[in-house]
Design a binder for this molecule. Structure first.
Ligand code: ADE
Length: 366
């Protein structure tokens, strides 16, 4: 039977992952938020550090968002951190600090979609709910030869039904994790390791069905951002992004999204002049600053979920400082040595790393 072979294989081959040490709902909730769109190896050090800082749900609920974002800085997709923090507060306030065990209640919390709700309900509370992530979806599609025969819009519902029927009684936690593990270690996207697979005898893919047929991936959008490194006496202008965008709640250098369409065939020089002009205008309008662009630094690429960004950094200085520098709750002038005190995205850290060291100070006597 497929289930028995899979569970036996999982017992002997599962990775020793920290959130599996004990079935602690809080650990599982934190790990599942971190693992959304992020690889296990990347998550490991963040998970350990996060739990040292926030060892329990109340400690997370009572922490400031600033501190939570800071612990998350570098992991990307910061909405996850904001939602996790909000969810912890709601659980603390409305559920007496106990993470709900049903998928329905979990779905009412910020940041919980069908996958995360199913994962926490099954992994932490052994509820027979599907936890369909990319790995599990691939395993099921291959095993059951559904790769091309199921219309895309009905796929999710069909797979959920399938898996619900399949979960062995009382073993939802292990079974779902075994499927995840199979997808991560054996049934990998390209060149799956079929000879080592514990369910090969039950698998349509292994029998030659639908090999190599890929569903089309999601479209990646390309963007170009110009980034202003505005310096004033060794400090740089950073501001905190408000609202709900990609970098909301994080500190960043001012940017302008460049209109990629522009005029086709426009000369590079003309295009760059326009970019510089747009950067100057934004700094004037948003921060009341007149700046001079002193030079450019090498462009940096960064990938967000569905956006591939090329960031073009410009070193700028402030001209004719007629009034005080703008400073507010969301606008600061920060020395590079102090950047690490602020939650800054990985994308912006790449830019910060380009800032040249200040010239050494002259030795003073006396
Ligand atoms: N990916 C998502 N959740 C996971 C888990 N609990 N273990 C390993 N990989 C995962």
């Amino acid at each position: 039977m497929l289930q028995r072979s899979l569970l036996r294989w999982y017992a002997g081959h599962q990775r020793n992952l920290p959130w599996r040490k004990k079935r602690d709902p809080y650990w599982i909730m934190v790990s599942e938020f971190m693992l959304q769109q992020t690889r296990v190896e990347t998550v490991l050090p963040y998970f350990e550090r996060f739990l040292k800082l926030f060892p329990t749900l109340p400690s997370l609920a009572q922490a400031s968002l600033h501190k939570v974002l800071k612990a998350w800085a570098g992991l990307g997709y910061y909405a996850r951190a904001r939602h996790l923090h909000q969810a912890a507060k709601i659980i603390w306030r409305n559920f007496a600090g106990k993470i709900p065990s049903t998928k329905k209640k979990l779905l009412s919390l910020p940041g919980f979609g069908p996958y995360t709700a199913g994962a926490v309900a099954s992994l932490a509370f052994n509820r027979p709910e599907p936890a369909l992530d990319g790995n599990v979806r691939r395993v099921l599609l291959r095993v059951h030869g559904l790769w091309k025969s199921v219309p895309r819009n009905r796929l999710e519902k069909i797979l959920e039904k399938f898996i619900k029927k399949f979960i062995p009684a009382g073993r939802a936690s292990d079974f779902n994790q075994a499927l995840m593990e199979l997808g991560a270690l054996i049934c990998i996207p390209s060149q799956p390791r079929c000879p080592s697979c514990p369910v090969k005898n039950f698998c349509s893919y292994q029998r030659g069905g639908d090999k190599g047929k890929k569903r089309s991936g999601k479209k990646i959008r390309k963007e170009v951002w110009t980034v202003a490194l505005v310096e004033q006496e060794g400090r740089f202008l950073l501001h905190r992004q408000e609202g709900k965008g990609l970098l909301a709640g994080l500190w960043q250098f001012p940017i302008v999204r460049v209109n990629k369409k522009g005029d086709a065939g426009e000369l590079k020089k003309v295009k760059e002049l326009k970019e510089r002009k747009a950067l100057r205008r934004m700094l004037q309008e948003k921060f009341g600053l007149r700046i001079k662009i002193k030079g450019s630094l090498p462009p940096q690429d960064h990938s967000f979920t569905h956006i591939q960004v090329t960031m073009k950094p410009f070193l700028c200085s402030v001209v004719r400082l007629s009034s005080a520098l703008p400073v507010s709750k969301n606008v600061r002038w920060i020395k590079p040595v102090n950047f690490s005190r602020y939650p800054i995205s990985k994308a912006m850290s790449k830019i910060a790393a380009l800032i040249p060291d200040p010239p050494p100070r002259e030795a003073t006597s006396g």
